[in-house]
Design a protein around this ligand. Structure first.
Ligand code: M6R
Length: 365
């Protein structure tokens, strides 16, 4: 069942080009049309004036990424909330807002209860982004987008996350098109970006030997920091979660601009700092944050792309993903942080597929 792989997590990381192609195929067949999200989408999506995303764990980070796309591409306000927080607070419900739940399993109790609570509060439109057909959450939702990742067995979510991002990106473009914000040329550009994505992800997977070579530098550490900005900040969060979940190293992620507001005090020679630094509009800002780290002796591990123009120097290690892929760069940059967590866990000898204290599907409070 594992084929040439040592763990389900490694297998599932490497299945991403296929999982993404399968999910993208569904999007391209439909062409960013309402039908992608179920029979009632043509009636409901045009009514949407805002988006509220509810999810847990890695699926929550997919939601944080989607916020950037939904606001910039569709021009609709989007807020993202941890399901276990939302369900216990006296929240404000605008019935014109679409509730979007994200769940690989479709059975996560907190997400399910948050959805029920949203309905009680007066929401009438809910979309489920889910990987398991006919599971509880899509059954309780008016609209659904099924990711085509195939069964995910490792407790650490990998291919479910990147395919969720495709579904959420498709939602942003579909809403943008309905609102006249995405013209034919822009739509063509987004389609092309999706078509290129599996190939770029494969390039990132080919970096595995280089990433493995870094793992010994982390294996003996107690802590790690992950930094990113903009669309790559949620990917830093995801990288930190993956590392703590399977290697048991304490890892935290920050938007790089927040460093000086507190976490910089943690940085010294013993603190590895992973930076996600592709060549986007925020690169120069990220570079100055990296200098702040180096000045305190922190060792930098940078995931850049070919266009970022970094050079290695003392205490600065760089691995380059392919050319900058634009709006979907966050998906490509997920691969190296998954591989880093995997190889650090291997170096530490932990149970990669079944980390202690965790379950694949969290059906308890
Ligand atoms: O099945 P779900 O997507 O609802 O699960 C949510 C979280 O429990 C899940 O993403 C968890 O954080 C993963 N173990 C992270 O790798």
């Amino acid at each position: 069942e594992l084929g040439p792989y040592s763990h389900f997590m490694q297998k599932e990381i490497h299945e991403q080009p296929k999982a993404l192609s399968d999910t993208i195929e569904a999007v391209l067949e439909n062409g960013f049309a309402a039908g992608l999200f179920g029979a009632r989408a043509a009636e409901l999506l045009p009514q949407v004036e805002g988006v509220k995303i509810l999810a847990c764990g890695t699926s929550y980070y997919a939601g944080l990424t989607a916020k950037y796309w939904i606001e910039s591409i569709a021009g609709i306000s989007c807020d993202v909330e941890i399901a276990s927080e939302y369900r216990y607070r006296a929240a404000f419900a605008n019935p014109k807002h679409l509730v979007v739940t994200i769940s690989q399993s479709g059975e996560t109790l907190d997400t399910m209860e948050a959805l029920k609570y949203a309905k009680e509060l007066g929401h009438t439109m809910a979309l489920s982004i889910c990987n398991v057909r006919e599971s509880a959450i899509p059954r309780a939702s008016e609209l659904v987008f099924y990711t085509r990742a195939g069964a995910e067995i490792g407790v650490a979510s990998t291919k479910a996350f990147t395919t969720q991002l495709v579904g959420l990106f498709a939602l942003a473009v579909t809403l943008g098109k309905q609102r006249g914000r995405v013209d034919a040329a822009a739509e063509h550009g987004y389609q092309e970006a999706l078509r290129q994505l599996p190939g770029s992800v494969q390039h990132a997977l080919n970096l595995e030997p280089q990433i493995k070579a870094w793992s010994d530098k982390f294996a003996a550490k107690q802590n790690a920091l992950f930094l990113g900005r903009g669309l790559h900040y949620p990917i830093a969060l995801e990288g930190a979660l993956k590392l703590k979940e399977i290697s048991y190293i304490h890892a935290e992620a920050y938007p790089a601009g927040e460093l000086k507001h507190g976490p910089l005090a943690l940085v010294d020679e013993s603190m590895p700092v992973v930076v996600i630094a592709p060549n986007d509009a925020l690169l120069e800002k990220v570079k100055s944050n990296m200098q702040e780290v180096r000045a305190r002796g922190g060792e930098l591990f940078v995931f850049a792309d070919l266009d970022s123009h970094f050079s290695e120097s003392d205490g600065v290690h760089v691995i380059r993903t392919p050319r900058h892929v634009g709006v979907l760069s966050a998906i490509v940059h997920t691969i190296p942080v998954q591989l880093l967590a995997y190889h650090v866990a291997l170096a530490r000898g932990t149970d990669v597929d079944k980390p202690r204290n965790l379950a694949k599907s969290v059906t308890v409070e």
